[in-house]
Write a protein that binds this ligand. Structure first.
Ligand SMILES: [Zn+2]
Length: 232
């Protein structure tokens, strides 16, 4: 079993995944350097033992502190090829809401966040499955587009998955749901379907973790909505 430690960092969760190796998944946002150092100290963890920084996608609540963490840990940054522009410029790509929930969330985010974060140069760019065995983690990074075209998930052999923003808790009701931002509705559903077959626990950047049953319920609701819409 992997040891997954959830780090609640501002608006988002980041994760330490420990097996033979240790990696950090995402960075959180608006977190002071002191807070990071305290977290590492409380865990009795030398940040230089982190061998990889995996950025699940190019939204700034996932990469905001990547530059500082890269310097602190000395670890390479892995992200999707299509996240390169966001990391290099420190800016989000255009974000589109898929429903009212998304529109409300977007309004809240625009009020709360500065637009730019420190640019950083990623080291490993992927656009297909990528095996993390060389980093001491039994698992695969897989593209799971839909929330963004650059979304990646980490699927561990232990049956746990880290899914970025693909599946989240509604910030308004706390209920699990699919991402409320999407650049491709079909891809979002397909990615969630795919993950539901590959894992049974789902760690999210916002809320969670979720069980497979919760994910299957979300998918069922989405299919019902779709068939209602196509019958109208
Ligand atoms: Zn996102």
């Amino acid at each position: 079993m992997s040891k997954i430690t959830t780090l609640k960092l501002g608006f988002s969760n980041a994760f330490l995944v420990q097996e033979e190796g240790l990696i950090l998944v995402d960075t959180g946002i608006n977190v002071s350097e002191d807070k990071y150092l305290k977290i590492f100290a409380d865990l009795q963890l030398d940040p230089r033992t982190i061998s990889l920084l995996l950025i699940t996608h190019g939204h700034n609540d996932h990469f905001a502190h990547a530059k500082w963490l890269k310097e602190l840990t000395g670890a390479p940054i892995l992200c999707h090829k299509k996240a390169l522009q966001a990391l290099r410029t420190g800016q989000n790509p255009e974000i589109r809401a898929r429903n009212q929930l998304g529109r409300n969330a977007l309004r809240r985010i625009r009020l709360a966040q500065p637009k730019n974060y420190q640019p950083v140069e990623p080291d490993v760019l992927v656009d297909r499955e990528y095996d993390l065995t060389p980093y001491g983690i039994k698992g695969q990074v897989i593209p799971t587009p839909g929330h963004s075209e650059c979304s990646l998930s980490l699927v561990l052999e232990s049956g746990e998955a880290l899914v970025g923003d693909l599946i989240i808790s509604s910030p308004f009701t706390g209920r699990p749901c699919l991402a409320y931002f999407t650049d491709d509705e079909e891809a979002l559903l397909a990615s969630a379907e795919k993950l539901s077959k590959l894992a049974n626990v789902f760690y999210s950047a916002h809320g969670g973790p979720f069980t497979r049953e919760q994910v299957l319920n979300i998918l069922q609701r989405e299919h019902e909505k779709k068939s209602l819409a196509s019958n109208q």
